[in-house]
Design a protein around this ligand. Structure first.
Ligand SMILES: [Zn+2]
Length: 141
């Protein structure tokens, strides 16, 4: 995509600290990291949604992300990492080129996701699970 920042990084039209580059996947340091070492892993082909990425490329994307995460954790002396994906502008996806965040973490880094825990009855969970399974099976046909 012509004006996409991540496509421009992939084409080396914008500067970035490249961490990984192969035929399909590119990774680079986030310019405004949550923690030092925060990286972005992208398919080199522009996809607006994760749902458009072919299965084998999706596997490569997460394989590179987890491999890189191990190196980032080691180099930044972190304890753990988060992989984060936002699929959709309304939930915080800023760059509409599907990507995976690799975020090194330590327990004292002061960052929190702001999770919440809604209560949900077993009946509601069961009904919802049935609907999701049915929809997912229908998609496969
Ligand atoms: Zn792009």
């Amino acid at each position: 995509m012509h004006d996409c920042i991540y496509c421009k990084i992939v084409r080396r039209e914008l500067p970035a600290e490249i961490l990984h580059d192969d035929d399909d996947v590119c990774a680079f340091l986030e310019r405004n990291p949550i923690n030092p070492g925060h990286a972005i892993v992208v398919p080199k082909t522009h996809f607006n949604s994760l749902t458009q990425i072919p299965e084998d490329l999706m596997g490569r994307l997460f394989s590179v992300a987890t491999s890189l995460a191990q190196s980032i954790v080691r180099v930044t002396d972190s304890d753990a990492f988060n992989l984060h994906v936002a699929n959709g502008e309304c939930i915080g996806e800023v760059i509409p080129h599907s990507h995976v965040h690799v975020i090194p973490r330590v327990s004292t880094d002061g960052f929190a996701w702001g999770w919440r825990s809604l209560s949900c009855s077993e009946t509601d969970r069961n009904e919802l699970a049935q609907e999701i399974r049915a929809h997912n099976e229908k998609k496969k046909r």
